[in-house]
Write a new protein. Structure first.
Length: 138
């Protein structure tokens, strides 16, 4: 009766080998983590599609948007006025990935607005939404 107890670690090259019980417990913890994270990812995806990006940032709404996405004075020829409503993440995603026009815009205006969105930086309204759209989806 000198068989080792299966619950006790066996000595292996410089340390203890994990027991079957220990490995099973790790597997159970991993499985519950996956079950917990999956709904969170689904909620994140939903919030990304409903988040909003104002064009331009509300604090800069006196400016117009040039075709390259830069902010210019309102009297600049060829510049577009601020969008009357923020754009939904879903619409921005479609415009950036598939070249669709943003709602309520023509091709040139949509292109100027998407160029503005691509220039968003940390601290500007809509940046977090835009950054979320850049994350790969599974």
């Amino acid at each position: 009766m000198d068989e080792p107890d299966q619950d006790q670690p066996e000595e292996a090259a410089g340390g203890a080998a994990p027991t079957r019980r220990h490995l099973l417990m790790l597997g159970a913890v991993s499985a519950s983590a996956v079950v917990t994270i999956r709904p969170a990812l689904a909620n994140t995806l939903g919030s990304v599609l409903t988040c909003e990006i104002p064009v331009p940032d509300r604090s800069l709404s006196a400016n117009y948007i040039a075709s390259d996405g830069s902010l210019v004075p309102s009297d600049t020829p060829g510049a577009f006025p601020p969008a009357p409503m923020p754009f939904k993440g879903e619409d921005v995603k479609a415009a950036l990935r598939y070249g669709r026009s943003l709602p309520g815009t023509d091709y040139a205006q949509s292109r100027a607005y998407t160029n503005y969105i691509r220039r968003l930086q940390r601290g500007m309204s809509g940046f977090t939404c835009y950054a979320s759209l850049q994350m790969p989806q599974r």
